[in-house]
Design a protein around this ligand. Structure first.
Ligand SMILES: [Fe+2]
Length: 424
């Protein structure tokens, strides 16, 4: 009963918008350089639509510019292992995206979408200032459809910290092929005023149920048709691996593939791409923040293939490039390492990487295996989410000298904080 009441309250406070479903799944994603661009994504029932955008003080859209999106008529018909009952299958739609360019830095913009005399609600975003002092918020594993925690948690983080950018390290929904879960997550006012960037989790590869089973896609099909990210990633995982700048931070998304795969071509390609990219971009950023789904240094790794294959492949790469922070999820247990140089506690202030697995920004939680954490020399903090029914999100304050990470639970109590000193 308690769950039903809290769901009813969350629906009243955070109504799902666009019930008519003509223009829906509207999301603002980053362009490669957030000072001058963003990408606007949406699905539309009509082939012709346009986007009007202007600065936030032009509330009547009198000086708005109008742009047309790139359009793809799409459904999951013909896609491997897909469910024939999902609305992604039964309802063809026009998948639209447009990258706005030549925007003014440090400016609040508003936009709306017009199609067949329908006008969407007004959304907004703020371009990067180019300054060194700013903040962003991070989440992981929203996951369970209709959970009562996720939207209030995002709302509280936005109200308290007013971030221009939110990151999610995957498992945004539990079953990516089930469209209602995306309606629940994205068609909500908490996504109205923020630039959103995400890496795919293994659940972004889950097709909808077929005969009670959940087959896995080999590509994150629905993720790729909801979010257009910069097309600068590894060839075999274009759109799910990518990078972008927001001020002095270089953000890098990695694709850790579906639940059954932890090695192979996609991983190897991304290692190569990561190194080439960072060699090429050297000197253009102060911090590197990686977000990827599977926790390379989880406290009690629930997915043994991660420890066996992904950990040894990736920690030397992060060590080589002195990555500052790796955000992840997957284990549904909170764990945060010390600064690690390779796979050991760092002895030098300016060497090493913090690995932050926030566990859950929804209500899927796993119990902690304390027999593993007793011997633990890598983790500064491990928290059992399940026992306490906790969900987490982080605010990261960036300055020229340091990044301060503050982790909050859904009651907005501070549960952990640590500071990453600038290395460059
Ligand atoms: Fe998850």
């Amino acid at each position: 009963m308690h769950k039903i009441i809290s769901l009813a309250i969350s629906l009243i406070l955070f109504p799902i918008v666009n019930l008519d479903n003509f223009i829906y799944h509207i999301v603002t994603t980053p362009a490669e350089d957030s000072r001058y661009g963003v990408t606007i994504n949406y699905h539309c029932a009509f082939p012709k639509s346009c986007i009007e955008y202007t600065t936030a003080n032009d509330k009547e859209f009198k000086e708005a510019k109008t742009v047309s999106p790139q359009v793809e008529l799409w459904s999951t018909r013909g896609i491997e292992k897909t469910s024939t009952t999902s609305t992604f299958y039964t309802k063809e739609r026009y998948v639209c995206h447009v990258t706005l360019t030549s925007l003014k830095p440090n400016t609040q913009y508003i936009y709306r979408i017009i199609a067949n005399a329908q006008i969407s609600e007004v959304k907004s975003f703020k371009t990067a200032s180019g300054k060194e002092k700013w903040n962003f918020v991070a989440f992981t594993d929203f996951q369970h459809y209709n959970n009562a925690v996720t939207h209030p948690l995002i709302q509280n983080m936005e109200e308290k910290f007013n971030p221009p950018l939110a990151i999610c390290s995957g498992d945004m929904v539990d079953v990516a092929g089930f469209e209602q879960s995306w309606n629940w997550l994205l068609d909500n006012k908490v996504f109205s005023d923020i630039i959103f960037a995400a890496s795919p989790g293994d659940h972004e590869f889950w097709a909808d149920a077929i005969n009670g089973k959940y087959p896995q896609y080999t590509e994150p099909h629905t993720y790729n048709h909801l979010f257009r990210f910069p097309q600068n990633g590894a060839k075999s995982s274009l759109n799910s691996s990518y990078y972008f700048y927001y001020n002095n931070v270089l953000f890098i998304s990695l694709d850790m593939n579906n639940s059954n795969i932890s090695k192979g071509e996609r991983f190897n390609d991304q290692v190569e791409w990561f190194q080439k990219t960072l060699d090429h971009l050297r000197g253009t950023y102060r911090y590197i923040v990686v977000y990827e789904h599977k926790s390379i240094f989880g406290s009690s790794i629930i997915d043994s293939a991660v420890g066996k294959n992904i950990r040894p492949q990736w920690y030397p790469v992060f060590q080589k490039y002195n990555v500052d922070l790796v955000l992840s999820g997957h284990d549904h247990i909170y764990s945060r390492t010390y600064q690690l140089d390779g796979n050991q506690k760092s002895a030098k202030k300016k060497r090493g990487t913090y690995y932050l697995d926030m566990g859950s920004s929804g209500d899927k939680r796993r119990a902690l295996d304390r027999s593993l954490t007793d011997e633990d020399t890598l983790h500064a903090k491990v928290i059992d989410l399940k026992g306490e029914k906790l969900s987490f999100a982080a605010n990261i304050e960036v300055t020229k000298k340091e990044m301060k990470v503050s982790v909050y639970n859904q009651y907005m109590q501070l549960v952990d904080s640590f500071t990453i000193k600038a290395k460059r």
